[in-house]
Design a protein around this ligand. Structure first.
Ligand code: UD1
Length: 376
């Protein structure tokens, strides 16, 4: 029996590990002694709305290990994860660990495992923004350089890894695992009551919901700087004059909106909510006129669903969403962002296509490759 430990830490990790866990469970019901997958939650995200709700919705079992590391500086958080995860690895002695994405938990657990000669598989490898001021970019480069198996979501990832001198034998183009989750939970998304709870249901025989923009913001570059957050508040106010805005607020952003006294100047057409669960959030994406965001994963989910996405960043590590998908990279120029948003509200936007292998079968491909690797 081979043993795997899958690591989750922050909100965007849960929907990437869930499909892997399901495929392994299914294999085990067919052949009971093949492989076990234990889940280790570092506790990087710990609020109910940033963490537990996802376990419940995504049908993930309670984690086998909860490291409870919480917030702190990057060094503190990374170090605490390493110290606690090392204990788990020494006790469990797994054949392999799986890490996903680009958060501090990803690099911390990778570094801990490779020093104990434990193999590491990185899902969502090879993405590069080429902006080393983003902590995620450092996490991506370092994780990829020391992992054993690199699973790539889009072709740019293959090129980036090769350019960094990584052997092609380690690179596998298996598609986008987030789309596995999106497709699997889609029936639940269609039953979500979130539109009703914000009074957005279609009215007077109109087939479409009441128009609204969905906003998410949490990048330090946007929300930790008073000037930048002030400019973004101005953008939201001006868009709020045209249409409703639904804004689920990340804890980091909430703290800064309060500290910079911005909450009280915001247009009443902007509806603030706590961070939402996966199913309700996807339902809000699916029905909105456009998403305004600085997230990574949302650029992919909007591309898959064919919803226009305006990304308030100067770079993206997911270029296929701009080249093929529905994403517009507008940088930090809020005037440019406003213009693109107004065009979209005026129905002028690209329709986009679904990228290669974003088909709901990534986890099957990944697990089948991993089984081959660890059994040989
Ligand atoms: C992290 C990831 C980022 C990912 C994002 C998704 C890194 C370097 N960054 O950023 O890539 O896109 O998660 O949300 O790993 N906080 C709470 N409750 C929580 C979690 C955080 O209140 O459950 C607050 C804390 O004050 C903390 C701050 O939010 O200091 C930032 O949390 P942290 O996990 O350090 O980074 P994120 O900004 O969430």
């Amino acid at each position: 029996m081979k043993k795997i430990i899958s690591v989750v830490g922050a909100r965007p990790n849960f929907m990437k590990v869930s499909p892997i866990h399901k495929v392994i469970q299914k294999l085990n019901t067919q052949n009971s002694s093949l492989i076990t997958n234990k889940i280790c939650h570092t506790g990087q995200h710990y609020d109910e709305k940033m963490s537990r709700i996802f376990f419940d919705e995504l049908e993930l079992p309670q984690p086998d290990y909860y490291l409870g590391v919480g917030s702190g500086s990057h060094a503190e958080q990374t170090a605490r994860i390493m110290i606690e995860f090392e204990k788990v690895l020494l006790y469990e002695k797994p054949d392999l660990i799986i890490v996903v994405g680009d958060v501090n938990s990803t690099i911390a657990c990778t570094l801990t495992a490779v020093k104990l000669y434990i193999k590491v598989a990185h899902i969502e490898a090879g993405l590069r923004s080429f902006d080393r001021k983003m902590p995620e970019e450092i996490n991506r480069i370092l994780t990829d350089s020391i992992s054993d198996y690199l699973f790539v979501t889009e072709r740019s990832g293959i090129e980036n890894l090769k350019r960094e001198g990584i052997s092609k034998d380690k690179i596998f183009f298996t598609g986008n695992i987030m789309i596995d989750s999106l497709l699997y939970y889609y029936p639940k998304v269609e039953k979500s009551n979130i539109l009703k709870s914000y009074n957005l249901l279609p009215q007077n025989g109109d087939p479409k919901p009441i128009p609204y923009i969905l906003v998410t913001l949490h990048r330090p570059g946007n929300v930790d700087s008073e000037t930048n957050l002030h400019n973004i508040a101005g953008l939201l106010n001006s868009l709020g004059e045209k249409t409703k805005i639904i804004f689920p607020v990340h804890p980091r952003t909430k703290k800064n909106l309060i500290n910079f006294n911005l909450l009280k100047i915001l247009n009443p057409n902007i509806i603030f909510t706590e961070p939402l669960g996966y199913v309700d959030f996807i339902a809000l994406i699916k029905n909105c006129r456009l998403v305004l965001t600085d997230s990574g994963g949302i650029q992919e989910e909007t591309t898959f669903l064919g919803i226009p996405c305006v990304t308030l960043r100067t770079t993206t590590e997911r270029p296929v969403t701009v080249e093929l998908g529905t994403n517009y990279l507008v940088g930090d120029d809020t005037n440019a962002a406003r213009k693109v948003c107004l065009d979209i509200l005026d129905n002028k936007f690209k329709k986009g296509q679904i990228p290669e292998l974003w088909d709901g079968k990534s986890a099957e491909r990944i697990v089948s490759i991993l089984l081959n690797m660890i059994n040989n």
